[in-house]
Design a protein around this ligand. Sequence first.
Ligand code: FES
Ligand code: FES
Length: 155
Amino acid sequence: MDLIVNGETHTVRVEPQWTLQYVLSEKLGLTGTKEFCGEGACGACTVIMDGRPVLSCMMLAVECGGRPIETVEGIARSNHPLIDAYIKHSCMQCGFCTPGFVVTAKALLDRNPDPTVDDIKEAMVGNLCRCGTYPAHIKAIQEAAAVLRGGGSRG
Ligand code: FES
Ligand code: FES
């Protein structure tokens, strides 16, 4: 089957029980898409598919053929301002949750270029961080939004 990931088509052989997270991480080497809970509760495995954030641990890879998928690697490669903002505001401690947060935040900014604090909290409600980095994410997302609107700096 063909998986379209970060604009590239990958022809892969998948077993019917394999999740999208497993195929991305173990077969395509896109290890930024983490599995933590494996049951749809933490958001660590979030990718964007068809323009919406989805939990890749809850999707069978066989359901995802031909559908555009964006992972944290694609977001980083595009030099998205979220990356610099996440570093600047120290949004990670252990970092395990961070790719999922970045992907969810990118999906938010794609549909809402000027999110309020409440908009951000609502969008990120499914992303859990055991290290308690939540306040930093809000600052980083608002700063990245300002950069995308042309009103902020990357410094
Ligand atoms: S690993 Fe998918 S939601 Fe936790
Ligand atoms: S930075 Fe450790 S779980 Fe979020």
